[in-house]
Design a protein around this ligand. Structure first.
Ligand SMILES: Nc1ncnc2c1ncn2[C@@H]1O[C@H](COP(=O)(O)OP(=O)(O)OP(=O)(O)O)[C@@H](O)[C@H]1O
Ligand SMILES: [Mg+2]
Length: 252
């Protein structure tokens, strides 16, 4: 098992409020789904945003510790943040499609990066749609506006857009919170395929989804990482009382 990301003693305090992440140590393996779960306000989204430096856009009082990706500390001020965000794609709870065609949503990033060759762009469109388990549903209408897709299809298009940029890490923050069970199942199935090639960090929208998807799971409570381990162990035989109480639905 190779650790793609190693988080060392990460602390985060926003300009407003108390510590949002307290001395987090976490190892995120490649080719697996690592789930960050726990009740509201635990720091899950904050941690995801640190991993692709989205917190750069927020007022922060204190950020210390390291996030090593392939051994390099991405919190180092010298990090090329644009390159980092290409390598570390993010999918949010609400799909935000661009006001273009389905195809245009997928080629936009590549064209910005200078790719002009039609064959390369077509290849990327098909590859990313297949990976996101959307190809069969949209292959005959790639020039239709993306906003005409259903919510579940739009969410998979957002995943495909991230994949079109050939990332190494995919961060997903409650990607299925607005989706019906069938669309949710399709996204989860796509993630199971994708983990063979990518490092996936998922904040699930429920404990059930956490238990279904986690190869590794980390339980967050009020800015602290309470327990971390293989999903199977953590959900069937948690070591900490607070993990057990949460997993069994005694608080939420
Ligand atoms: N931009 C911000 N400015 C100030 N405080 C923030 C900001 N974003 C988050 N926080 C605070 O940091 C803490 C952790 O929030 P975060 O959104 O990371 O939690 P979460 O685990 O993702 O919760 P949820 O399950 O509700 O999405 C909370 O106390 C929250 O109020
Ligand atoms: Mg959140």
């Amino acid at each position: 098992m190779v650790n793609k990301i190693v988080i060392e003693d990460l602390c985060l305090t926003y300009a407003e409020g108390n510590e949002s992440l307290r001395h987090i140590h976490l190892q995120i393996p490649a080719n697996a789904i690592t789930v960050l779960f726990g009740p509201a306000g635990g720091g899950k989204s904050s941690l995801l945003r640190c991993i692709n430096r989205l917190n750069d856009l927020t007022d922060i009082r204190l950020l210390q510790g390291k996030i090593l990706m392939d051994g390099q500390n991405i919190l180092d001020p010298k990090t090329d943040v644009i390159a980092l965000r290409r390598k570390v794609g993010m999918v949010f709870a609400r799909p935000v499609v661009l006001p273009f065609s389905i195809r245009g949503n997928l080629t936009y990033g590549l064209e910005l990066a200078g790719e002009k060759r039609k064959s390369r762009l077509d290849e990327a469109v098909e590859r990313s749609l297949r990976l996101a388990a959307l190809w069969d549903e949209v292959k005959d209408r790639l020039d239709d506006p993306a906003v005409a897709l259903s919510g579940g299809q739009q969410q998979r298009l957002c995943l495909a857009r991230v994949l079109a940029n050939q990332p190494e890490v995919i961060l997903l923050d409650e990607p299925t919170s607005g989706l019906d069970p069938i669309s949710t199942g399709k996204v989860e199935a796509a993630l199971q395929e994708l983990k063979q090639q990518y490092t996936i960090v998922l904040v699930p929208h429920s404990v059930q989804q956490a238990a279904r998807t986690a190869d590794y799971a980390a339980f967050f409570l009020q800015g602290e990482l309470i327990e971390y381990g293989p999903g199977k162990e953590l959900f069937t035989n948690p070591k900490q009382k607070r993990t057990e109480d949460y997993v069994e639905g005694r608080f939420g």
